[in-house]
Design a protein around this ligand. Structure first.
Ligand code: FES
Length: 91
């Protein structure tokens, strides 16, 4: 939650598609950015955009949230993995 607004992002860094919370699971920096534990990509927590490091040109994928009374739901996503991530030779 930031400024009274809940936001959610897919836990996948745009740099190498690793979980942003890899390592000790801490992603929030002292300056208030979201930091990928793998190589230090920094994301703006307001919109998931790249704020520094190796995420140039990319950003976190926002997950739509829906509130129903006191419950908060993250709506399902259909996500296509990056093409180069699963290119395997079967020869
Ligand atoms: S995988 Fe996140 S910075 Fe490299």
């Amino acid at each position: 939650m930031l400024d009274g607004v809940c936001r959610a992002y897919l836990n996948q860094c745009v740099h190498r598609a690793q979980p942003v919370d890899v390592g000790d699971g801490q992603v929030l920096t002292k300056d208030g950015f979201l930091e990928c534990g793998a190589h230090g990509a920094l994301y703006n927590p307001v919109d998931g955009s790249c704020a520094g490091g190796p995420c140039t040109g990319g950003g976190l994928t926002a997950i739509k949230l829906e509130r129903d009374g006191d419950a908060l739901f993250a709506l399902a996503l259909e996500i296509e993995p990056p093409e180069d991530l699963y290119e395997l030779s079967l020869e």
